[in-house]
Design a protein around this ligand. Sequence first.
Ligand code: FES
Length: 116
Amino acid sequence: MSEPTAAAPGYFARHIFFCLNERTNGQACCAQHGAQAAFDHCKSRVKAAGLAGPGKVRVNKSGCLDRCAAGPVAVVYPEGVWYSYVDLADIDEIVDSHLVRGVVVERLLTPPELGR
Ligand code: FES
């Protein structure tokens, strides 16, 4: 039996996952901070940029990503780059820079020490 020599290419080049988790117990959650609007905006921007589809970018919903203290958060794979965004202009910047050009938006990076 032969060993695989290289990882198979992914169906999508990148995924961006948005935490859309909502809590009703008073604890902080990304849904309280515009996560659904950010997800919707990202999805339409990616589509408008011609980035949606196989070999390109998939915008995904996620449950809690366990970094609530830094929320709202989104994470881009395969790089594993975490973003904490504030508004839709931040989403535009992530799309235009990271998803279109592959350039990480340093100013929006989630502080590494922030978790749940
Ligand atoms: S609620 Fe969004 S990371 Fe936990």
